[in-house]
Design a protein around this ligand. Sequence first.
Ligand code: NAD
Length: 354
Amino acid sequence: MSEVRYRPDRLVATLDAILRRSGSPAEEAAIVAANLVEADARGHASHGVCQIAVYTRSLELGHLQPDRHARIIRDEAPFLVVDGDVGYGQVIALEATDLAIERAKAGGACILALRNAHHIGRVGSYGEQCIDAGLIGLFFVNVVSRPLAAPHGGGRPRLGTNPVCIAVPGTPGYAPFLLDFATSAIAANKCRIKASLGAEVEDGLLLDPEGRPTRDPGVMFTEPTGAILPFGGHKGYGLALACEILAGALAGGLPALPENLRPGRVVNNALAFIIDPNRVAGPEWQTLTDAVLDHVADTPPAPGSDGVSIPGEPEALHRMTAMDRGIALDPDTVAALHRIGGGLGLDVKALLEG
Ligand code: NAD
């Protein structure tokens, strides 16, 4: 089945209406709706509109609480410890990052431990908050939900897709550097979207329930499930494990161990380092960064390749197209919007079409 494109503002309005009918105050609904649509616009549909189905189920199960805010547990420079009380991760992480940014501006750096937020979505959005404030942000995140990723050399899932994000403000010559990815070879929801489109994934991404290589994304939705391999073999696995230690055990006190899992619950914890680059070095850091990026961006393209990009560029390009041509949604996501919105008494067709 082919994809249909929707205007971003109509998608925001649709999600906003669903979230408000589901118990969110207006400000929360606006933040979550905008964040999810922005993820689609930037090419990460896995963390966009489709998540509304996960959030609705979490609400029903009592694993997600509307109208929660970042609650400071400890505020002792350079450390800031914040609890999310399983509120909407987009609100909790945004507020926690704002608090950490204030402290990094005052003191030069802040180490933020964010615990117990419901799914925070695209981690890059918090990197963008740091960039907008002229700060560098490094985020290590763990995912407390059913295990999806196999450790390097393992045949069964033991870890989450534990994302990492490194954000650096733009320089005179370049747009911001925004590296933001799951440490698994493919984000879990990208498997769901592929499965819903009846497509296979590339080689080297998935194992079936017996630990054998497969291209069938459906193995992630069977019982027992298959597993996603780490990206880059032992290196991605090492980063995923680092996220579990830094964000899960240290910052969150909630690693993804079997005793911490609940069916249908997705919690994110994060350890973030927010740094004022101008307190580390003089303004020459920008000139030197430009020189590095010039040197790398100027690499002759490999035969058959599109040439070298700087992390963050693909998302910026995708966003331009999405704003111009609209956002494509997979059929399962469209069906979920109609099912969820309809169940709340909304006219989803009218909302989507404006
Ligand atoms: P991905 O594999 O598409 O990688 C994206 C990163 O790679 C971006 O920084 C992008 O700019 C860069 N990139 C892509 N192509 C490039 C190229 N040709 N040259 C240079 N850089 C390039 O991302 P992903 O692993 O699918 O993750 C998608 C999203 O999922 C991320 O936003 C991540 O934060 C999010 N995520 C969230 C959770 C959670 O629990 N909240 C879990 C996993 C992933």
